[in-house]
Ligand binder design. Sequence first.
Ligand code: PRT
Ligand code: ZN
Length: 285
Amino acid sequence: MEKIRIAIQKSGRLSEKSVNILKEAGISMTNGSRKLLAVSGSYPIEVLYLRDDDIPQYVKDKVADIGIVGENVYAEKGADIEIIERLGFSKCRLSIAIPKQETYTGPEYFEGKRIATSYPVILKRFLDEKGVVAEIHEISGSVEIAPGIGLADGIFDIVSSGSTLISNGLSEVEVVMKSEAVIIGRDDLSQEKQETLNDLLFRLNSVLAATNNKYILLNAPNEKLDEIIDLLPGMKSPTVMPLAESGWSSVHSVLNEKQFWQVIGELRRLGAQGILVIPIEKMIV
Ligand code: PRT
Ligand code: ZN
């Protein structure tokens, strides 16, 4: 069977999570990450370990079929290829920041000014949209020190907690894009590879759905059952079983992480008791 080749980051913030998500999808590599190319004994796949910045070009050149990168790297270097799945991890944003003592007036603040960045394409697109002409100073690392050493008036870089900006005396003034890990690829795979990719995406979706959902069990007073069922749609609808004690039912369902605490609060207000929340190993959607 023709193998599909996936490029992932060799070492850095995405590498461990990329390997893990493949592992959870039942794909383990037989010869480890020390090699440039690893094969799997359990799946028709090869893994190519690269610097993240190189991955879009390898996919474009058909050396790899798909790759896992931050959306920021895709937006900078991924012209002509596509996002085929969002993976939800390594979330961050790309922002413009200026020295905190400056007063920000809007994008026109940057007219004629210098901005240091490793993401010139994304920054230029933003400035063009705003009709601002600024000088983009491309540097490859330690962007945050550029204003302090007089190299630039502002920076455009990845922000996660924001502590790097704070410790360099910078304040975030524009969030230009949000980013998460994504799978990128082309649309010209052979039918055999496309079938493998579809199966891989099905497996990854089951892993992602399981990560984002919890199994919930609770005891509900029967007079509030309808309201409680409305809160818990589940995969189809919740399972409801009578308790030995009359007037009470046991309700089982699946709850999405995003609404988790809000729903728990409403369930308690409706008189639900003995709420148990259990992780889901895989969820076949
Ligand atoms: O060697 P290689 O080129 O492969 O790796 P790299 O050094 O270019 O990338 P790496 O491993 O640092 O990051 C890979 C991807 O992780 C990025 O492209 C983003 O999509 C994502 N990501 C998520 C981050 C962060 N969070 C992050 N916080 N990438 C970088 N950072 C940096 C940020 O630039 C800042 O300087 O971490 C610093 C700390 O951030 P704060 O705001 O939490 O202080
Ligand atoms: Zn990189």
